[in-house]
Design a protein around this ligand. Structure first.
Ligand code: TYD
Length: 131
């Protein structure tokens, strides 16, 4: 599978830079939730789940980390290290995050409110549901 990456417009001038994310424009869905991940300890893997319905876009706004994406058939890895590039995480894609730099901050915009019943946290269950 190919990762779906979105290049955001950067508004820059002599003062610095700004990226704005608007729903149904810069990201391909209506945004109902924003969260961010930071202070991840070295050697840790995060994520390790899939969502049944929620769509998300992840942006590494500081530092870098890697994503493993798995659609049940193929796996791919992508490094996020750009402030102006978002990775689309569609439903039923198993994803894991690893190789976090110390200064890594990952901003995520999501199409739905947090709901634990939307998560598949067991890989065997994911493989059964994705079929
Ligand atoms: P978790 O899903 O384990 O994080 P990650 O995918 O980065 O490994 O979430 C960590 C905790 O935060 C867990 O108790 C659920 C909670 N949480 C919320 O309350 N709201 C949210 O929007 C998210 C993403 C997590």
């Amino acid at each position: 599978m190919q990762p779906n990456l979105i290049d955001f417009s950067v508004r820059g001038d002599e003062r610095g830079y700004l990226v704005a994310l608007e729903e149904n424009k810069d990201v391909p869905f209506a945004i109902r939730r924003v969260y961010y991940i930071f202070g991840t300890q070295a050697g840790v893997r995060r994520g390790t789940h899939a969502h049944r319905r929620t769509r998300q876009v992840a942006v590494c706004v500081s530092g870098s980390c890697k994503f493993l994406l798995d659609d049940g058939g193929t796996r791919t890895e992508v490094q996020l290290d750009s402030r102006d590039r978002g990775l689309v995480l569609e439903p039923m894609i198993w994803h894991e995050m690893f190789d976090f730099s110390q200064d890594c901050v990952v901003l995520v915009v999501a199409s739905d409110l947090y709901d634990e019943s939307d998560y598949i946290r067991n890989y065997d269950e994911f493989m059964e549901e994705v079929r």
